[in-house]
Write a protein that binds this ligand. Structure first.
Ligand code: FUL
Length: 419
């Protein structure tokens, strides 16, 4: 029996939640003028990424273990990384590849080759378009841009509608969303309009715990965020995506900025508090003004992927089952310091409170507890030797259905010791 009617994800949402890790890529006119938000007046002549290689971006993403890649096709400055017919403020009027280049195509094709999902960020706020001050004319202009992107560069895994600069502005969301649905029916819609995924609410890459997958109304967006909006008994499934740049506060590349690179420990902390809280993590790694990811960023993000694999690719044991009591028996007494629990979210988010215990000399001792599990919950604790662990569901919306309950051991590194 369900305690209330449970929201359930669509097949596309479930597939997207399984991706867990995406690489965000901020690149554009800002890359060439040392700015985060240029105002739409920077000359196109500054855009000249002489060594641009989208394969290097996407191969790096693939090697790390990112399952999708999102490119800023257009940021707030209005500069378009594809040769759009809607404006001259694009790669088409630059000297790069004599105006015949197309960054969006290069990235889309690289994603196809590497077999990872491709998505686009298309800023609604446009500081260059002369028609921006006329909402109706701009809606036409923006719709035309979206049609180009949605029809020429798919399949798309996600369309990222950023909210910055758009507070109080009414766009024709009905029309925009119907275009996405018409041309890219499987794409996730981020944040605005009729979102199928939501912003976690900060740019630190962190999903506050508990991070329920459900929302109160159809009108969710960063502008309708309220503390009680994300409750387990609410009727819509809208999972969270976390975003953060690998260089503190800098989405775009800046010269002499190496000191801002996040450490491996900081990245792992982000991972535990995003993917470990059941959300998806979009980590931004920005190409420089050559059009290449800087070597130190590449090294750091590869270390990150390697450490995730080291910690989580070999479970000591795992089980999938239904019921409010799930036991995992290891083949022999074994050390563990992480438990990863996943609900089978096809049946909704059913677990509302739980405890995990380990058997020690004939007694059960609590090693972790929490509320939400959803797609995934990672619990970590000081290493313990045990023959069996169990999950006790303390509160549930309906009979729990677990996709997996697994124990892991990762030899303690400095980063784990510090906690
Ligand atoms: C924000 C933007 O203003 C930043 O420049 C960046 O694109 C970030 C991901 O979203 O709202």
């Amino acid at each position: 029996m369900e305690r209330y009617e449970l929201a359930k994800p669509t097949k596309q949402q479930m597939e997207w939640q399984d991706l867990e890790l995406g690489m965000f890529c901020h690149f554009g006119i800002n890359t060439f003028c040392n700015k985060e938000w240029s105002d739409g007046t920077e000359p196109v002549s500054i855009f000249n990424p002489a060594e641009l290689d989208a394969s290097q971006w996407v191969k790096t993403a693939k090697q790390v273990g990112f399952k999708y890649f999102i490119l800023t096709a257009k940021h707030h400055d209005g500069f378009c990384l594809w040769p759009t017919q809607t404006t001259d403020y694009s790669v088409r009027t630059t000297s790069w590849k004599e105006g015949r280049g197309d960054v969006v195509r290069e990235a889309a094709e690289a994603c196809r080759r590497e077999n990872i999902g491709f998505g686009i960020y298309v800023s609604p706020w446009d500081r260059n378009a002369a028609c921006y001050s006329d909402p109706q004319a701009y809606d036409d202009f923006y719709a035309a841009q979206l049609i180009e992107l949605l029809t020429q560069y798919g399949p798309l895994v996600e369309v990222w509608f950023d909210g910055a600069g758009s507070e109080g502005r009414q766009y024709d969301w009905k029309r925009i969303i119907s275009l996405v649905k018409q041309h890219q029916p499987d794409a996730m819609i981020f944040n605005l309009g009729a979102p199928t995924i939501r912003w976690a609410g900060n740019e630190d890459g962190v999903a506050e715990y508990p991070c329920w997958n459900t929302a109160e109304t159809a009108k969710v967006s960063m502008f309708t965020n309220s503390t009680n909006q994300w409750l387990p008994e609410t009727p819509r499934w809208v999972p969270a995506e976390c975003d953060v740049p690998i260089r503190k506060n800098h989405w775009f590349w800046h010269p002499n900025d190496e000191h801002s690179l996040l450490s491996l420990d900081q990245l792992l902390d982000v991972y535990y508090r995003s993917v470990g809280h059941g959300a998806t993590l979009l980590l931004n790694v920005a190409p420089d003004n050559r059009g290449l990811l800087p070597e130190c960023d590449v090294q750091r993000v590869l270390e990150f992927g390697k450490e995730i694999r080291r910690r989580f690719s070999q479970p000591k044991g795992s089980v999938s089952a239904s019921g409010d009591f799930i036991e995992l028996v290891f083949t022999c007494e074994t050390a563990i310091n992480h438990v990863v629990t996943m609900e089978d979210i096809a049946h909704g988010e059913r677990i509302l409170a739980y405890v995990i215990e380990a058997e020690q000399e004939g007694h059960w001792v609590e090693i972790a507890n929490g509320s939400a599990i959803g797609h995934k919950k990672i619990d970590r604790f000081p290493s313990i030797r045990t023959k069996r662990i169990r999950l006790l569901v303390k509160e549930q919306a309906a009979e729990p259905r677990l996709r997996s309950f697994a124990g892991y051991y990762a030899a303690e590194t400095e980063s784990l010791d510090e906690e």
